[in-house]
Design a protein around this ligand. Structure first.
Ligand code: AMP
Length: 116
């Protein structure tokens, strides 16, 4: 998918509405439209990167930043003590439906393991 047609690039650009909960120079976090838990936030890089499988060595800092943002949002959502899950679906078998890398932050209820 090209950046022009990328849904999450449009959210980053402000061309698509989203309930943003955090943003900085490298990342944006917003609530998932189809939440699977009381807190379900997506953390994405501003720059288009299709999936974890496309990440290069130069993306290592960015990938770490996405996780740190997820932890920061989890803390602001009051999840630090109860716990939360971060998930990066990659490719068809994992059910990745939006081809712009995103970290799911899920919390606010007990989360079963293993996932489906
Ligand atoms: P994945 O299946 O891992 O690619 O996750 C994509 C996620 O994006 C799903 O949980 C969708 O509910 C969510 N999603 C799709 N469109 C939007 C949107 N416009 N705003 C917020 N979340 C979205």
């Amino acid at each position: 998918m090209s950046e022009q047609n990328c849904l999450f690039c449009k959210i980053v650009a402000g061309e698509m509405p989203a309930e943003k909960v955090f943003e900085d120079a490298r990342a944006v976090a917003f609530r998932d439209v189809n939440p699977q838990a009381p807190t379900h936030v997506l953390v994405i890089p501003r720059a288009h990167l299709e999936s974890l499988d496309d990440a290069a060595q130069t993306d290592e800092s960015l990938l770490g930043h996405l996780l740190r943002v997820a932890a920061r949002v989890a803390n602001s959502e009051g999840l630090s003590e109860s716990g939360y899950r971060t998930v990066v679906n990659t490719g068809a078998d994992a059910g990745q439906s939006v081809l712009h890398i995103h970290v799911h932050l899920l919390g606010g209820r007990p989360l079963a393991w293993p996932p489906g």
